[in-house]
Design a protein around this ligand. Structure first.
Ligand code: GRF
Length: 196
């Protein structure tokens, strides 16, 4: 079985990265993580990658004059590692449309809401404020418009009476850890059957 070369881009804790590392440890998983890239040297996810023996790259956005010159460095790192699929997992930088066009069809993200509801930040509190009965997470293709690309997979839960944002966030995170590896499996199988 062919295993797709995947990079995971992170900025923080990297619990979704961990879920992907764990899934990709299985020999029959259709993708392997060959690079973890962070824009934040404090990101705990870098340690997770090192523990798993996966190469890391640190590209600090503050060293670049504008968004596109940072994105060009990220692009170069991805090409050096012959990356075929890029998974954003808590990557807190908006990517330029130049980058998104370069990687369109090979670039996915996980977002903590039932898109198209609650694009952007602070999704858990906003779902509570809107008196939603359900909330969840979405994996989607990345397009130049933020959190607006076609949906690949979604997972929902019922909001509990009196639940606060922190508790809800924790439960959504647990859903994400199931959802992202499943969605990556689906995407990798699709890309593996398609010519490069
Ligand atoms: C997740 O909630 C993900 O949906 C969002 O950022 C968070 C990252 O968490 N894009 P972690 O770093 O994977 O723990």
């Amino acid at each position: 079985m062919r295993r797709l070369n995947m990079a995971v881009l992170i900025s923080g804790n990297g619990s979704n990265l961990q879920a992907l590392l764990d899934a990709a440890a299985a020999p029959d998983y259709p993708a392997r993580i060959v690079l973890v890239m962070s824009n934040n040297e404090e990101a705990f996810g870098l340690k997770r990658a090192e523990d798993a023996g996966v190469p890391t790259a640190m590209i600090d956005h503050r060293h670049y004059a504008d968004r596109e010159s940072f994105d060009r460095m990220v692009d170069a790192a991805l090409r050096t590692h012959e990356i075929e699929l890029v998974a954003l997992a808590g990557f807190m930088r908006i990517l330029s449309s130049w980058f998104v066009h370069e990687w369109q069809g090979r670039l996915i993200n996980i977002h903590p809401s039932l898109l198209p509801k609650f694009k952007g930040l602070n999704t858990h509190q906003r779902a509570l404020d809107a008196d939603e009965r359900q909330h969840g997470a979405t994996v989607h293709w990345v397009t130049p418009e933020l959190d607006a690309g076609e949906i690949i997979a979604q997972s929902a839960l019922d909001i509990l009476p009196g639940e606060n944002a922190a508790a809800l966030q924790q439960r959504v995170h647990a859903l994400e850890h199931q959802l992202y590896p499943e969605a990556v499996r689906k995407v990798a199988q699709l890309l593996n059957t398609r010519p490069a």
